[in-house]
Design a protein around this ligand. Sequence first.
Ligand code: ADP
Length: 486
Amino acid sequence: MASQLRILIIEDSADDALLMVKELERSGYEPISERVETSEGLQTALDRQTWDIVLSDYVLPHFDVKAAINIVRGKDPNIPFILISGKIGEEKVTAALKFGAQAYVSKDHLTTLVPIIEQEITDARLRRNNKRNEQLLVESEQRYRAVVTHLPDIVMIHQAGKIVFLNQSLPQISGYQKEELIGKNLIEFIAPKDRKKVVEMVARRAAGETIDDYEADLVMKDGTLRPFLIRGTMIDYLGQKASLAVLIDIYEREKEEKVKDEFLSIVSHELRTPLEITREGISQVIDGLHGQITEAQNKPLATALKNCDRLGHLIENLLDLSRLEAGKIVPRQEIFDIVKLALETTTTLKARIDTKGLSLKGDFPTEPLYILADKNEISEVLSNFVTNAVKFTSKGSITVSVEKKEEKVECAVTDTGIGISKDDLPKLFRKFQQFARVPGSGEKGVGLGLSIAKRLVEINGGQIWAESEPNKGSRFAFSLPLTQAK
Ligand code: ADP
């Protein structure tokens, strides 16, 4: 099918206009054309419909070519305007082109008309697309700017620490003017105690490592410190490598946690002494120190004693956690063989595993692996893993493993139990999180074991994590740096 072309011809000679149309038809086009001679005619034709191209004679009896170009441009700045004329001299052609005509075709060489029209239509399409793209870019830039500007979190771009972009949040929170921050080194605004950590994290991220969110305090203009959670990623900024950091203000959250921790600490201290007295009293009665008791009397007292122990265990956990959180527990580190410790801990817990009819597997290296850590604390973490594995596994096995991985040692407990859902996994190491009820009258926890374990591993310089699949089982692991034997 022939392509249609909508051509508006500004020409006083009907014959010349016909020649142009014929030339297009010869090249396989199906021109829809209109010839106009006056500015009014031109205006009306432009108002009535859109045109692919305007062909215009240079010599117009009723108005001049510049006026014609102005009218066309006023309607559509991208429509190609081609000048077609007899001999008019180079100067006039140049002037018309300067004024906005796209091309010139001599009436004596009409064979060049079609290729020029095709070229100009392609160029006009490109101009329109570029314009549209530019507009889209501006709109998208405006949208992003609005989102970033109004985000309550701090959004910052820095290059090797130098702040090159900031949204409004840091100036609003810190009291600094934006101008006081842009161009400065980010480290100047980090609390001295956290500077080493931030420098290390920024360098590791720049080297391509994936870094988890971490916390650091920022120094406000009035000198006070405020805690933030820092999340970052590497980006390309104006053709250069840069860090995009989002800083989430955790001041309120920390304040709430502090109040909660203080409350916990007071409550647990206040509970401990009366509980110990109650427990001691019950114990003495059971032991017959205040006269013989009957079997019937012994039964409720034994239950009361068991519950006192449970409560005591909970209070100890709460106290441990509040001490850990307050930084009051300093690990008593020594160099020891973790393979031996894992074997010993597993052996101690073997009876529990057997009682539940589960099989116990060990996967230990033959050579010792030394670490520098608090032996009791590491044993507590491992016991917590095994105890949980027993609690949440009704059939199958529990495997304890120790493995050397580059400069670290990884210790893991794998079970074939109920597993943990994907949604619950990230909450696992937070306080008071329990996702599954232990069936029957089995040992019930309070959801503090793993948050204590996390802190114990961390104060010993290690990392803790869990992997799990519901109904298949879980793997709890921690790793610690290897060291040389004494
Ligand atoms: P708890 O005293 O309740 O065991 P923890 O902090 O040790 O407290 O564990 C928190 C929760 O994590 C548990 O209540 C349980 O829902 C889940 N969990 C821990 N270990 C396992 C495991 N091996 N398999 C399945 N769920 C587990």
